[in-house]
Design a protein around this ligand. Structure first.
Ligand SMILES: Cc1cc2nc3c(=O)[nH]c(=O)nc-3n(C[C@H](O)[C@H](O)[C@H](O)COP(=O)(O)OP(=O)(O)OC[C@H]3O[C@@H](n4cnc5c(N)ncnc54)[C@H](O)[C@@H]3O)c2cc1C
Length: 380
């Protein structure tokens, strides 16, 4: 009897396991890096899945509101070229994309998400939105992932597209080394001009001192035209006494991250309040037609190259953390010129030499990254 029950149990387990969908490649995190890794994999014939916690593709580029691409304007190769061409097609040409002075390619984040989703679907990538990664087990032939809705999927190759390296951390990859919160992060807001006053309540902990110098170098008009999008919306992501906020985000628990995110949101709301009350832009308010979020703000904050680790050769290719686990943006890429404004990085943390390896910005061999943002501050 006992034997029979055991047999039945084993059979049930075998059936459950055989029903687990298996992919050649699973990408956790559908930012620009993750989406492009998935599109390339699918175009190469791999059965590919993207698991993304928000309802959008694009990460920083769209879901966090940084829809102003800096760099490689004349080197429109690879997937970046396809993405940019598609934007130009929708807006009526490349000149239209030069609507703000921080960049030569600006766009509404919702449009960027649409373009990336089209590219992914056309390549045959399966997409699972509003789903995170709960647990990860290494198996001889790859990885078993338990997702936030309780379902499981198998991956022959797993790509960590989270930028913060959260999947790699969950995997226990030894090679992670130092993770570096090198710079401020910003809760970007996409605002627009209404035909009536849209003044907000004074946000909690509002301190006008945080914003008093926002127009010391540039006039208010220049500040607002910095991130003007082709449809007239404005990206608020202003480095000079604007909405930057610094915190050592990387090594925080989810609860600590939530708390910091709330503070960063308040900093941005304070900035909008300042624009309305002190600079007189009473008709400027958070756009109600971009993000389907309760407060109209992006899905998450813009963190700048937070996932730096010491560069290493994890088995042949930069970004390979351990067998069958790859982080396309980790230990690779360009380091920005911007130090954190309230630097509290532990002493001794250094940024390693970097190699550009982001599939989004494929460059011609031997051609250095030029960072040709249009604005005097370069891209940020
Ligand atoms: C226009 C622009 C300008 C930039 N300029 C600068 C600059 O001047 N200086 C600088 O230092 N950096 C800059 N950056 C770089 C930026 O900070 C990041 O390094 C880069 O955008 C990371 O891209 P990514 O695709 O790797 O990750 P992200 O864009 O962060 O995407 C990660 C994705 O993973 C998802 N995700 C996270 N965790 C999970 C999970 N557990 N389960 C499922 N999904 C998850 C997120 O929702 C997100 O969609 C810029 C970026 C942009 C877009």
């Amino acid at each position: 009897m006992k034997r029979k029950r055991l047999l039945t149990g084993l059979l049930a387990l075998a059936t459950a396991l055989s029903c687990t969908p298996t992919y050649d490649v699973v990408v956790v995190g559908g930012g620009a890096g993750g989406s492009c890794a998935a599109i390339e994999a699918a175009r190469d014939g791999a059965k590919t899945l993207v698991v993304e916690q928000t309802p959008w593709l694009g990460g920083m580029l769209t879901a966090a509101g940084v829809s102003a691409i800096d760099g490689n304007y004349r080197l429109r190769g690879g997937l970046f070229g396809e993405f940019a061409d598609s934007l130009a097609g929708r807006y009526g040409g490349y000149e239209t994309l030069k609507s703000g002075w921080v960049s030569n390619i600006l766009f509404n984040p919702a449009v960027g998400n649409e373009v990336l989703q089209n590219m992914a679907r056309e390549a045959g990538v399966s997409l699972r939105f509003q789903t995170g990664l709960q647990a990860l087990e290494q198996e001889p032939s790859g990885w078993m992932l338990t997702l936030s809705d309780g379902s499981r999927v198998k991956a022959r190759v797993l790509i960590d597209g989270t930028e913060l390296g959260d999947v790699a951390a969950l995997s226990g990859a030894q090679e992670l080394g130092d993770r570096v919160s090198a710079q401020d992060f910003t809760y970007v807001a996409i605002v627009k001009e209404y035909d009536h006053d849209v003044c907000i309540e004074k946000p909690q902990d509002y301190d006008r001192e945080n914003y008093r110098h926002c127009c010391d170098t540039w006039s208010p008009e220049m500040m607002l035209s910095y991130g003007r999008l082709p449809d007239g919306h404005i990206m608020l992501n202003w480095p000079q006494s604007g909405n930057d906020y610094f915190a050592e985000y990387l090594d925080m628990t989810p609860a600590q991250r939530d708390s910091v995110v709330q503070k960063a949101k308040l900093r941005t709301l304070g900035y909008i309040y300042y624009l309305q009350q002190e600079l007189g832009y009473k008709r400027l308010g958070i756009a109600d037609d971009v993000y389907p979020t309760a407060d109209g703000l992006p899905f998450f904050p813009y963190y700048r190259e937070h996932g730096r680790t010491r560069h290493h050769d994890g088995g042949g290719s930069p970004g390979a953390l351990c067998p069958r686990l790859i982080h396309p943006g980790r230990g690779c890429g360009r380091l920005s010129h911007r130090p954190p404004s309230h630097a509290e990085s532990p002493p001794g943390r250094t940024i390693p030499p970097l190699v550009w390896e982001d599939p989004f910005f494929q460059r011609a061999p031997g051609c250095p990254y030029t960072g040709e943002g249009a604005g005097p501050s370069g891209g940020r």
